[in-house]
Design a protein around this ligand. Structure first.
Ligand SMILES: [Zn+2]
Length: 262
């Protein structure tokens, strides 16, 4: 923990567009948040929690398109910037969201249960892995397509659209295969890939991202959003489908729709 004088204090707050902000702690977000110090950050699945002094929390659910930008205040304000917090250390923290899908909650600690979906999430994919029995036990409640089941975050949290594609590829499973139709071997491969794929990606992402935390590093992905490009394993062009505004990319050859037995 940094010493108290090192903590960044919010010296100015501006809500450029109020659409994504839910200030449950007070109706006066801009007035109340000034003078609060950042005491630490934690993560709960896809939610980022900024712990502030004075019994306040900023809970950020970026959904698909939200991002935090940590930059010099003189840097050009991107078009879809919603909230700007100027800090005592000379930096600015901004929340931007290309498609306004995310949400920023300003709450007191006892209001955590009021943040939709925060408390009902499964265990985090980067925490101690569930055993195969625990994993398949949690999965049993969700019979639908693997892609949908995994992205919903009820089995494990922290996996989004892109990494579900990477995991399915790593497991050699067709993403729209029904969970209920998976063989025991398919289930084992899914369990293994769920914990292996994000762990392999983490050091690469940390290195590529550096200080530009608002940039999505995607060039280390093997399949997601690479429709038409050759599969890294077999060379066949990758297939891509879009449903519910979500892109799914997979290899027809390595992730066959029908499990053929010879
Ligand atoms: Zn392939």
């Amino acid at each position: 923990m940094p010493e108290a004088p090192d903590l960044a204090v919010i010296v100015e707050a501006r809500v450029a567009r109020p659409l994504v902000l839910r200030s449950l702690a007070t109706p006066d977000f801009e007035g109340d948040v000034v003078g609060k110090a950042f005491q630490g950050f934690s993560r709960r699945g896809k939610f980022l929690l900024a712990h502030l002094s004075g019994e306040r929390l900023l809970v950020i659910n970026t959904m698909l398109t939200g991002a935090l930008q940590h930059c010099d205040p003189t840097e050009r304000v991107a078009k879809r910037t919603f909230i700007l917090l100027t800090l005592s250390d000379g930096w600015q923290l901004r929340y931007l969201d290309e498609r306004k899908m995310g949400m920023v909650y300003y709450i007191t600690p006892d209001q955590l249960p009021q943040v939709p979906r925060l408390m009902e999430q499964g265990p985090d994919v980067l925490d101690e892995p569930l055993t195969f029995e625990e994993f398949s036990g949690r999965l049993r409640r969700y019979p639908g397509e693997i892609k949908g089941v995994m992205t919903r975050g009820k089995v494990v949290i922290g996996i989004g659209n892109a990494y579900t594609d990477e995991i399915c590829f790593g497991a050699g499973l067709f993403p729209f295969h029904k969970r209920s139709g998976l063989s025991p071997d398919g289930l084992r491969r899914l369990h293994e890939a769920v914990y292996r794929v994000p762990r392999e990606a983490l050091p690469i992402l940390r290195k590529r991202m550096g200080d530009s935390i608002h940039i999505k590093v995607r060039d280390s992905l093997k399949v997601h959003n690479k429709g038409g490009q050759p599969c890294l394993v077999c060379g066949h062009p990758l297939a891509e489908v879009t449903a519910n505004q979500r892109i799914t990319t997979y290899c027809r050859h390595c992730q066959p729709e029908m499990l053929v037995r010879n």
